[in-house]
Design a protein around this ligand. Sequence first.
Ligand SMILES: Cc1cc2nc3c(=O)[nH]c(=O)nc-3n(C[C@H](O)[C@H](O)[C@H](O)COP(=O)(O)O)c2cc1C
Ligand code: SF4
Ligand code: SF4
Length: 302
Amino acid sequence: MRVTAVKALYFTGAGTTRLVAERLVERCGLPAEATDVTPRGSVPPAFGEHDLAVFAVPSYGGRVPAPMLERIALCEGRDTPAVLLVTYGNRAIDDTLLELADAVRERGFVPVAAAAVVAHHSLMTNVAEGRPDEKDLAVVDELARVALARLSAAPDARSAELSDVPGNRPYREFGGVPFHPETDATRCVSCGACAGQCPTGAIDPDEPARTEAGRCVSCFRCVAACSAGARRIGGGPALAAARAAFAARPPWGTKEPSISHVSEHRDARTRKGSPHVHGHPLYRRRRRHVLWSQPGLDPGLR
Ligand SMILES: Cc1cc2nc3c(=O)[nH]c(=O)nc-3n(C[C@H](O)[C@H](O)[C@H](O)COP(=O)(O)O)c2cc1C
Ligand code: SF4
Ligand code: SF4
């Protein structure tokens, strides 16, 4: 299948998923656009016949961030090949990739390759510092290489389809975390940047110090967006205690970057003696198993 351009969309709170998605796009070596669909009201790109789509998300509670599912619901694929990329803070991705694969399939995309990459934990900021490192980014480079190689060897996206990704249905339950941003009113210059960047409209643009906890998905995009340094992750001693407990659970501080891999399937010509008459399949398709490896997958922070 001929791929002539890459169109990526990504959700990012603290910025790591942007970095990883841009690396992937760059390594594809094709004309590309990467769209940040985090802010509320973002419009995803339109996909053409020879485009490769990239969907990149952080794992939140082992799931796809809810606003990203809303953005994906606006995408239109027509058997468009898609690469799936998840960043996670060294705990586990649980059902994130499966949920992402299901969501994009629903919109007409065909996952052909996927990876999960360890990244600095944006909430438990004492975990996975310095990640992604060069080894993590090598996984991203490999993902680009594998996706393009598989597509160039296949007549269409369906022939290169990823048959399986890790995860379970029903997906892991995740009701959010009890930590939300807080604002130092003495520093706030009322620029409105935080409200404009928020994916859910949780910040009142006329009163940015007010965050509606019920709408907040704790992405901390607003913290990254505030150049006045007026916003930070709230939670005080409870957050400090949670971070200490989290970091004390090895091997979250040491895990290697994991997964890359793609399903491989081959078209096996009908073997000697097999039916070969009109009406029978000329080719027998045999799927080989997906090569997933995710060393030390953890049971999760319950
Ligand atoms: C609310 C929240 C939930 C998270 N849940 C998980 C998780 O379940 N497993 C994990 O390994 N990391 C988890 N993380 C860490 C993020 O997946 C990781 O830091 C990611 O790279 C953040 O991407 P970003 O910088 O693009 O926002 C969570 C972070 C936040 C803020
Ligand atoms: S981005 Fe910072 S300075 Fe601007 S309104 Fe929000 S909190 Fe205030
Ligand atoms: S208010 Fe909550 S949802 Fe909105 S940007 Fe800040 S952390 Fe994200």
